[in-house]
Design a protein. Structure first.
Length: 133
């Protein structure tokens, strides 16, 4: 069941993110807007678009979340492999996503201290500027 959902979510996410899906959505909105005078802009006419968009949005959120979770997991695994493969890298940085917020803040503080020791971090450009002695 999980594999079937994974394939469905991945395929649907790809299709929904395509230019054709966007064009189709715009066409649906145009057709709906054009039919407004025909239905005298009735409550039912408005309910059709509101209900349709709500249902589609609700379902797509779960599909996109599934796809993003898989992509994030794949990226984490690739980065973990790179960390393990680089000599001198701190292998305890593997699986950082499992740390608590407190542990992540402590690690962030460590990196700030390292940046301060190695040079000054220029927040405007994001570049490391060497400290002058």
């Amino acid at each position: 069941m999980n594999e079937l959902f994974r394939k469905f979510a991945q395929t649907t996410s790809t299709m929904v993110g395509s230019s054709w899906a966007f064009i189709l959505a715009v066409l649906i909105i145009v057709v709906w807007a054009v039919t407004g005078p025909l239905f005298h802009y009735s409550d039912t006419w408005q309910l059709v678009i509101n209900t349709g968009t709500t249902i589609i949005t609700f379902l797509i959120v779960f599909l996109i979340q599934n796809t993003q979770n898989r992509d994030a997991k794949a990226i984490h695994l690739k980065l973990d492999e790179l960390i393990r493969g680089v000599k001198g890298a701190r292998t305890n940085l593997v699986d950082l996503e499992t740390l608590s917020d407190k542990e992540l803040k402590e690690l962030e503080a460590q990196f700030k201290r390292i940046r301060h020791l190695e040079g000054k971090d220029d927040r405007a450009t994001g570049e490391l500027v060497e400290q002058e002695d």
